[in-house]
Design a binder for this molecule. Structure first.
Ligand SMILES: NC(=O)c1ccc[n+]([C@@H]2O[C@H](COP(=O)([O-])OP(=O)(O)OC[C@H]3O[C@@H](n4cnc5c(N)ncnc54)[C@H](OP(=O)(O)O)[C@@H]3O)[C@@H](O)[C@H]2O)c1
Length: 341
């Protein structure tokens, strides 16, 4: 089969399309013929070698996909074979076939295309986990979402809209903000034209926000933490500010982490606010969580309140272009790569 292999840690150009053996499903696993890949920032961090648990190259990255079940291990009862599925794995979906724990795949609704299926789970689960499970965002609360036109960002805007929150969205271009508005954002802030913290103070007459979802970190974290009101909840789920256009920028990374001063747990009591982190890349052992959360976001999909947002679509031969698009902030919604049509 063909697979996009990380040949060494680095920029998008280190991805090489190679012929490799089709993986065999082990106990509890299914083999899926991949139709579409949903790209995630985690794929970029994996390629850059940032995560401590990233394997040494060469390896096949990719945590999200849609496709058809091609084989089923004898002990698997959830699938019989041939079902249309979307799934979530730690690595390996940048390929024509992927083998994964059957518990981390779920059938695609008949109304969803393969491209939409590949764009749904990671963004939906992340936004749902941050907003619903952790922050417990309530109707009428002020909600700040950074990178609001990204994959997770647009899912978060839709979920917060459904809850009835007042949504403050930041993004780097007016075009991105226009899309965030389309999905329900109330206040649009292009951080290249204005200081987002000052804008929020202005709009709220010197107030702040109740919940923040921040995947950027660094200076954005510092300012957003200051904006958090009493009883506020902060969800930090990424530090994309450490990346540049190509390989990892150690100077950027050092600056980003230096601006995020450690918090003393007891200081949160008098500050009267809280902070959460999560990493859905490490779901091993959390099969029940996945089943429940996937069911909940599919209910939102069926109700028409959470739609997968497919942005740019690439062919597998242009996997380098797809990674470049996401890493260089050109994407709106999800970047999808069609492996087979
Ligand atoms: N912890 C978890 O389990 C989890 C799960 C999913 C995603 N995440 C995190 O959530 C974030 C969004 O993921 P995603 O896959 O949905 O990506 P995305 O938001 O679709 O794309 C990334 C966006 O982040 C913004 N950004 C800010 N600083 C950036 C930088 N230095 N380099 C590149 N982009 C930058 C850009 O939007 P603007 O132009 O508007 O700034 C860019 O378009 C990532 O940080 C990712 O690691 C975490």
């Amino acid at each position: 089969m063909r697979a996009a292999v990380v040949s060494r840690y680095g920029g998008p150009e280190v991805l090489e399309l190679r012929d490799v053996p089709v993986p065999q499903p082990g106990p509890g696993q299914i083999l899926v013929r991949v139709r579409s890949i949903g790209l995630n920032f985690a794929d970029i961090f994996g390629r850059l070698g940032v995560y401590p648990d990233t394997p040494d190259p060469p390896f096949i990255p990719g945590l999200e996909f849609s496709g058809d079940v091609a084989a089923v291990a004898p002990d698997v009862t959830k699938f019989k074979g041939r079902e249309r599925v979307m799934g979530y794995c730690r690595l390996g979906s940048h390929a024509e076939y992927v083998a994964l724990n059957s518990q981390f795949a779920t059938p695609i609704p008949s109304s969803m295309t393969y491209e939409q299926g590949a764009a749904f789970l990671a963004a939906g689960l992340s936004a749902h986990h941050g907003i619903v499970r952790l922050a417990n965002l309530r109707k009428g609360e002020r909600f700040l979402i950074h990178a609001a036109a990204g994959g997770v960002g647009l899912a978060a805007v839709q979920i917060a809209r459904e809850i009835g929150a007042e949504i403050f969205a930041t993004a780097g271009t007016d075009e991105k903000l226009r899309v965030a508005r389309e999905y329900g954002a109330d206040h649009l802030i292009n951080y290249n034209n204005a200081d987002f913290a000052q804008e929020i103070r202005r709009i709220t007459n010197g107030g702040g926000v109740d919940v923040v979802m921040d995947s950027v970190g660094g200076d954005v974290y510092k300012k957003s933490w200051q904006l958090l009101e009493k009883m506020g909840r902060y969800v930090l789920y990424g530090v994309s500010s450490v990346t540049g256009k190509g390989a990892i920028s150690r100077i950027r990374a050092a600056a980003a982490f230096a601006s995020m001063r450690p918090l003393l747990p007891y200081s949160l009591i008098s500050a009267n606010k809280g902070i959460f982190g999560f990493n859905l890349g490490t779901l091993a052992g959390k099969e029940t969580y996945f089943a429940e959360a996937a069911r909940e976001i599919l209910l939102l999909y069926n109700a028409g309140t959470l739609k997968p947002v497919v942005g740019r679509v690439f062919v597998f031969d242009d996997i380098v272009g797809a990674h470049t698009c996401l890493q260089t902030r050109q994407s709106i919604g999800k970047v999808v790569v069609n492996v087979a049509v």
